[in-house]
Design a binder for this molecule. Structure first.
Ligand code: FAD
Length: 374
């Protein structure tokens, strides 16, 4: 039997969540021969579709992150991502014509919230509680200190990823689902799929494999990546309101509407776990039920579906601090690891990594700009 020919690419993106799909689209549209390799048979089957589908616009992270300058940075990256994603896939945005509302329970927090929003350029408008109650009679406003109309929206992640995939394929990217890469050296690998093995080479590898990157780098190159896993719970419930509504306070509910259903999360509920599995824990579900009762008069806990999801965190210097920020590192020359922080930050991360890739794949027919030489 003839030996299969070698697959050869400029860049190989490993892992097809939101970060991998976005990067594949951008690199292939820029004319690089690009492969996307996903080990599961379906793309984006992990956190990228198990999340709240909240296309952030900085509203939440500007206040939930303790350190002010870090919070402002994340908020700005979310605003950038929000605008980019909305422009790319307007058809995936849910309820475009309906407002969303952010609630603050703790009055002492309001001034700081507003001042951070102003600095980060978050869009908001103060709303009378009476007005909110008229619009959403099912929402408990007795303990709300302040309510704001904001520009956060829900996004249909499947539609967004479908469009990213189609654009990538149109631009010539090769998509390999249900495929494993087994490395022989940092430059050479074998691609395994459907029981077949094929030689594989690429000038560059970018790992957007979420929590899978740890095992991949350890088994392939004996490189240890200090990842931590944070388990969070969500709940899918029949839609309760016209508008998406979320508290900014910790341990309160945040709800994004998606058609006839809503996805509810609990702010700052994540806890470290050893195994990145999707098993739902009783306490996680109970906490969401309680937060939903604090937000709604008529929450029926018998009709819901719990979901667990994992956030991956690169534990850098501080062992204790939780940092779900973006992270881009190069543990081995021409092998780049990427964690986008939030789905909404993926456009920012994609731009950053694209620049790195271009610097490596020497494009010397085009002259450098003055700032490229600094
Ligand atoms: C509960 C929860 C709610 C969230 N809600 C939101 C939200 O509403 N809005 C928001 O902006 N962000 C949200 N996030 C964060 C967001 O979901 C993640 O930041 C984002 O999905 C991470 O995307 P990713 O592409 O890095 O990774 P992933 O989605 O984890 O994708 C990684 C892919 O790599 C594949 N893979 C793994 N190992 C290998 C391998 N060896 N070879 C090939 N492929 C491999 C996996 O199968 C997977 O498909 C939430 C996170 C959690 C936990």
């Amino acid at each position: 039997m003839a030996k299969e020919s070698k697959q050869s690419f400029d860049v190989t993106v490993v892992g097809a969540g939101v970060a991998g799909l976005m990067l594949t689209k951008k690199l292939s549209e820029l004319g690089l021969s690009t492969a996307l390799v996903e080990k599961q048979s379906k793309l984006a089957g992990g956190p990228s579709t198990r999340n709240e589908g909240w296309l952030h616009r900085g509203t939440y992270h500007a206040t939930s992150i303790k350190d002010r300058s870090n919070a402002i940075q994340v908020a700005r990256r979310c605003i950038y991502g929000h605008e980019q994603i909305k422009k790319f896939a307007p058809e995936a945005v849910e309820d475009v014509d309906l407002p969303s509302f952010a609630l603050v329970r703790n009055l002492d927090k309001v001034n700081e919230v507003v001042s951070r929003w102003d600095e980060a350029n978050v869009l908001y408008k103060s709303v009378l509680l009476k007005h909110l109650s008229n619009l959403e009679p099912n929402v408990r406003t007795e303990e709300v200190a302040e309510a704001f109309q904001v520009n956060d929206v829900g996004i249909n992640t499947r539609l967004l990823y479908r469009k990213l995939l189609t654009s990538s394929e149109k631009a010539g990217a090769r998509i390999f689902a249900g495929t494993d890469l087994v490395f022989r050296s940092p430059e050479e690998a074998e691609m395994k799929r459907d029981g077949e093995t094929q030689p594989f080479e690429s000038k560059l590898f970018v790992y957007t494999a979420g929590y899978g990157v740890k095992q991949l780098l350890e088994s392939s190159f004996n490189i240890s990546v200090p990842l931590r896993y944070w388990k969070s719970h969500l709940m899918v419930v029949p839609r309760l309101t016209r508008s998406s509504i979320f508290y900014l306070d910790p341990r309160e509910a945040a709800m994004m509407n998606h058609g006839e259903y809503s996805i509810v999360g609990l702010n700052e509920d994540a806890f470290v776990c050893d195994n990145p599995d999707y098993e739902c824990l009783e306490q996680g579900i109970k906490n969401i039920h309680e937060a939903m009762r604090r937000l709604f008069y008529n929450f029926d806990k018998s009709r819901n579906m719990p979901v667990a999801c994992i956030k991956t965190d690169l534990a850098e210097k501080s062992a204790a601090a939780r940092s779900l920020n973006i992270s881009v590192s190069e543990p081995l020359p021409n092998h780049i690891c990427v964690l986008p922080g939030k789905m909404t930050e993926s456009p920012y991360v994609t731009d950053f990594v694209t620049r790195m890739v271009y610097e490596k794949i020497n494009d010397d027919l085009i002259a450098l700009r003055p700032m490229d030489t600094i």
